[in-house]
Write a protein that binds this ligand. Structure first.
Ligand code: FES
Length: 435
């Protein structure tokens, strides 16, 4: 490991003082392997939402990066996560995406595990194993740490990792804008899954930093959505830069968030057809104001953010995403739609349709974004010279600072504060430093 780390020269992969990232980080297999060992095996990873598994025996199957895990509700109400791998010859324990079961029987030779991972029996225990197999030693591998933040379930392979609350830090204030705006909390619709030919970092980083692209990349889509006779979409703001929006970056933990102030997002669901805006603009909005305050109600409708390493949320489009690494050159996009649990069903339907129309595998804006990151990845991964190219994340470098209304380090919305925060923590972890 030491040799490989030295060979990689991790300190040269990201120059945080000057905002320069080396193109090879997106496709180098050794970087990817080190990310699996030092980032995804040590960080808090999103597993699901409590509302997906409300009853004893309810389970969902997801992945922690590449590893399949089963997340289950136990009889005492707690939640456990186990590796979806039989300890006999390694077969999957569960082939379903979700369901209700208090045990899992391997389909190969029939070893049986309870939902907390304990090995409870197997065929031929007496005449084959002569009652010598110590079942206590051969349970499924347990995810040692599972914690919950306002309904979101996270797991961590590192038993010594800091608490989830410490790993979230100031980003919790931004995250709670999604989770805490209505009594009863949220529920998730989905997931929907699709693959993009790019490294996982492209979209994780971009969701924590990039409002820069919208005026160019999405201009034709926004124009197409304008009602007949409406003036063309314009991103030429008349406000001073400080009034345009904000960007949050947290280099010690890797999180990022950004949003425009409400000039173009005066409402929380820009893309959903009626009746969603009317519902959200009425009593629901006043409830949100009482729970979240004026800033998170009136000024943060377009909030987009990344919780390091691979969880991203978009408030206007109401989605939650997990960017699951599938090798250095492929990402599985796991897409959920965020609904307030107590919303009327017709409002939920309208939001699901609106978000699917705009941001999902076939969504109008999704196609712009997916093509961008796939082309960036090709540019950074194909060609010997291309892989060595220094790439630029210098926007707003040195212009961040405290802000009276927002926690953390704040910069102008048109900055790359979030990207620099993401790669600073990424680099610290690769070097074996701060968790
Ligand atoms: Fe699971 Fe044999 S591989 S019982």
């Amino acid at each position: 490991m030491a040799n490989r780390t030295q060979d990689l020269n991790i300190i040269d992969l990201f120059d945080r003082e000057n905002g320069i990232v080396k193109a090879s980080i997106y496709s180098d297999p050794d970087v990817y392997k080190l990310e699996m060992e030092r980032i995804f095996s040590r960080s808090w990873l999103f597993l699901g939402h409590e509302g997906q598994i409300p009853k004893f025996g309810d389970f969902l199957v997801t992945t922690m990066a590449e590893d399949s895990v089963i997340v289950s509700r136990q009889g005492d109400g707690t939640i456990t996560a186990i590796l979806n791998q039989c300890r006999h010859r390694g077969n999957r324990l569960c082939l379903a995406d979700m369901g209700n079961s208090k045990s899992f029987r391997c389909t190969y030779h029939g070893w049986v595990y309870n939902s907390a991972g304990g090995l409870v029996g197997m065929p031929h225990e007496t005449d084959g194993y002569h009652n010598k197999l110590n079942k206590a030693e051969w349970g499924a591998i347990r995810v040692p740490r599972v914690e919950i933040h306002k309904g979101l379930i996270f797991g961590n392979w590192d038993a010594e990792a800091p608490a989830l609350s410490a790993a979230l830090g100031d980003v919790a204030w931004y995250l709670d804008a999604f989770l805490d705006g209505a009594e009863g909390g949220i529920e998730l619709s989905g997931p929907h899954r699709h693959h993009v030919k790019c490294n996982w970092k492209w979209q994780a980083e971009q969701h924590g930093t990039d409002f820069y692209h919208a005026a160019i990349s999405h201009n034709s889509a926004l124009t197409a959505l304008n009602p007949p006779g409406a003036p063309p979409t314009s991103f030429e703001y008349t406000q001073t830069p400080d009034e345009t929006g904000y960007q949050f970056g947290m280099p010690e933990l890797g999180h990022g968030a950004a949003g425009w102030f409400p000039a173009r997002n005066d409402g929380l669901v820009r893309f959903a057809p009626a009746p969603a805006p009317a519902y959200l603009g009425g009593p629901a909005r006043e409830e949100m104001r009482a729970r979240l305050g004026d800033i998170r109600t009136d000024e943060m409708g377009s909030l987009v953010m990344t919780v390091f390493p691979n969880l991203s949320l978009n408030r206007a489009a109401r989605y939650l995403r997990v960017w699951q690494p599938r090798g250095p050159n492929r990402t599985e996009v796991v897409h959920y739609i965020i609904l307030d649990k107590k919303m009327p069903e017709e409002v939920k339907d309208a939001i699901v349709r609106g978000t699917s129309f705009s941001f999902n595998a076939s969504g109008l804006f999704e196609q712009d974004d997916s093509e961008n990151v796939a082309l960036c990845h090709r540019g950074a991964s194909e060609g010997h010279i291309s892989r060595q190219t220094p790439l630029n994340v210098q926007m707003g470098l040195g212009f961040g600072g405290p802000h009276p209304d927002f926690p953390g380090q704040i910069n102008h919305v048109y900055a790359e504060e979030g990207a620099r925060a993401f790669y600073s923590h990424w680099q610290d972890l690769l070097m074996g430093g701060a968790k």
